[in-house]
Design a protein around this ligand. Structure first.
Ligand SMILES: Cc1cc2nc3c(=O)[nH]c(=O)nc-3n(C[C@H](O)[C@H](O)[C@H](O)COP(=O)(O)OP(=O)(O)OC[C@H]3O[C@@H](n4cnc5c(N)ncnc54)[C@H](O)[C@@H]3O)c2cc1C
Length: 553
């Protein structure tokens, strides 16, 4: 009798559990921040828990003056990428006399563009490569809006990953609110609930929601993303999505620091409701983006010295900084050069090694990420129409992404119209050590293009332009501790750039622009002036530990 009762009870309990699990799965499947009342309510709670998706980073003292009242201070900004542009455009209107030195003949650094002569003699614009301007790039976007540039940007309609086997992973319908976006990745086929709920991943994936600027780096900077992915037994498509994400930071998964990946995932996916869709300039960079920025800087009084590389710095008897070989003295120097350029400048500035040997040694130990390659091809035919203008590929060996430039840039569009073809850009963000010489890199990229877009197998290559470089910031395992910050121990010397340690989570273009803004703010502050407002996404993850007395709204 008793055993029958137990049997009935356990069957009932089993059924209840099964129903409960089914209900949870059903709720997860249908959870949406935009539907019903529960989703929007939860979305508001998530935003509140994060303290809002956009937050002021600094406190502005309204009693401080805006401009220098006595004689201008002189500032040299070295490097004309986004970091240098941000520093110059912040300081010049505040009474500083700013000279910007740029090694290239063009402004813009990695978003700069220049002219290239095709074999038949015509000049065409080329650049460093397609860039995605995400909507949570709050500091950069505010600057671009000030210049009216974003109004002409176009929006991408899908974040697409072409897989090796001919299938594709589309993020077009994925939700934008944090947590809901994780859930809806299952709907997009990135993972199956049973792999997460009943596998090892459920213990490990929590880390992604726990980003904390101190704890995350203390715990995970010595771990590679690859070892985490193996330990977490990530489902294959989720791992693929993360691998492509890791390479967006110019690192293969076995070199990428897990801490940096957690920070990046927080910054790009879990801290705002801008989603993975982004905007891009519907123009070539030289005309559409850089020329208006250069005009703006000149209107602000910035002296642009292009094609003017800086070899090193010296300090004069009065304690002011000078550019090696020049006579002008500066009160401040912002080194906004890339990691390789900055290492060389500091290495050649012998007074720095004498005054601050530890800092000189720290800079000497910095290194760039793996090399990257951008191959532009002029082809005699167009690939299929139903592709976004930029998409990711599950690389076979080199190819990480493809841009359809003739559907973006007017000059490429004209060329394609005249020749009945297409202009494509093939990106490899992390060259393997054995990638070979330029010819081997170009050949491998072309072969992979044919794999992913077989309709181009018979295409004639009318022209090509290859760049292979090694000057990008490395976010590799174990590098965090040695990464220099914006302030240096050398009086008057500041650093800026996408490779410098920042006090807020921002990466790539937004990292570079924010770094320049923050360095300029430090100079404004040192002169007793009011800082420029800096914006940030939430600085910690949804599940990061809060202090006991911290108010969670
Ligand atoms: C192929 C590619 C694709 C990318 N895609 C994206 C994307 O989609 N989204 C995104 O957000 N970011 C993307 N990025 C990253 C983004 O371009 C960079 O993070 C950002 O532009 C870096 O700006 P920066 O000012 O820190 O450095 P840089 O742009 O590197 O500027 C540094 C400048 O310093 C100059 N310099 C160096 N040494 C000297 C010297 N001795 N004297 C004078 N000048 C010197 C250099 O010439 C350069 O102009 C991409 C980068 C690449 C390469």
């Amino acid at each position: 009798m008793l055993s029958t009762l137990f049997a009935v009870l356990s069957i009932t309990l089993g059924l209840v559990l099964l129903l409960g699990a089914g209900l949870v799965l059903w709720l997860l499947r249908w959870a949406s921040a935009e539907r019903g009342w529960l989703g929007p309510w939860l979305a508001r709670r998530i935003a509140a828990r994060l303290g809002g998706f956009v937050q002021p980073f600094n406190t502005i003292d309204p009693h401080r003056p805006l401009r220098l009242s006595q004689g201008p201070q002189r500032v040299a900004v070295i490097g004309g990428g986004l970091a240098g542009i941000a520093a110059a455009t912040t300081l010049a209107p505040r009474g500083f006399s700013v000279v910007l030195y740029e090694r290239n003949a063009y402004l813009g650094g990695k978003i700069g563009g220049w002219s290239h002569r095709l074999t038949k003699g015509s000049e065409v614009p080329v650049g460093h490569g397609f860039h995605a301007f995400f909507r949570h790039y709050h500091n950069l976007n505010r600057f671009l809006d000030q210049l009216g540039l974003r109004a002409s940007f176009a929006a991408i309609n899908d974040y697409l990953i072409l897989e090796r086997g001919g299938t594709a992973l589309s993020f077009a319908g994925v939700e934008r609110t944090p947590v809901f976006n994780l859930i809806s990745m299952a709907r997009a086929g990135v993972y199956r609930w049973r792999d997460i709920l009943f596998g090892q991943a459920k213990h490990e994936l929590r880390l992604l929601l726990e980003y904390d600027p101190l704890a995350t780096f203390a715990r995970f900077d010595q771990t590679s993303f690859a070892s985490f992915a193996a330990r977490a037994e990530l489902p294959p498509r989720l791992r693929l999505a993360f691998n492509t994400f890791s390479r967006a930071f110019f690192a293969d998964e076995d070199r990428m620091s897990l801490a940096e990946l957690i920070k990046s995932f927080h910054f790009y996916y879990l801290s705002h409701d801008g989603g993975l869709l982004y905007d891009y300039p519907a123009a070539d960079y030289a005309d559409g983006v850089i020329a208006p920025i250069a005009r703006h800087l000149e209107q602000q009084g910035v002296t642009l010295r292009l094609a003017c590389g800086v070899e090193g710095l010296t300090r004069d008897a009065a304690g002011r900084l000078r550019i090696a070989g020049e006579s002008e003295a500066f009160d401040h120097v912002v080194l906004a050069s890339d990691v390789v350029g900055t290492r060389a400048i500091v290495g050649a500035s012998t007074f720095i090694a004498e005054e601050q040997p530890a800092f000189a040694a720290q800079l000497a130990a910095t290194r760039p990420a793996q090399g990257y390659a951008v191959l532009r091809l002029w082809l005699d035919r167009d690939p299929r129409a139903a592709l976004p203008v930029f998409f990711i590929t599950e690389r076979l060996r080199l190819l990480d992404a493809i841009a359809l430039c003739h559907r973006i840039e007017p000059a490429a569009q004209d060329w394609a119209r005249q020749h009945g073809g297409a202009v494509l850009e093939l990106h490899c963000y992390a060259l393997p050590d054995d990638a070979g010489d330029d010819a081997a890199i170009a050949a491998a990229l072309c072969a992979e293009l044919e794999h992913f877009l077989p309709e181009l197998r018979q295409a004639q290559h009318r022209d090509s332009h290859l760049q292979v470089r090694r000057d990008f910031a490395a976010f590799h395992v174990g590098m965090h501790e040695g990464r220099p910050g914006l302030r240096t121990p050398v009086p008057g010397l500041w650093l800026a750039g996408d490779w410098v340690a920042l006090p807020l989570p921002a990466m790539l273009m937004e990292g570079a622009f924010s770094a320049g803004l923050l360095s300029a703010n430090a100079i404004l502050s040192s002169a007793g002036l009011r800082e420029e407002p800096v914006l940030t996404v939430p600085t910690r993850g949804l599940l990061a530990r809060r202090a006991p007395d911290e108010v969670v709204r």
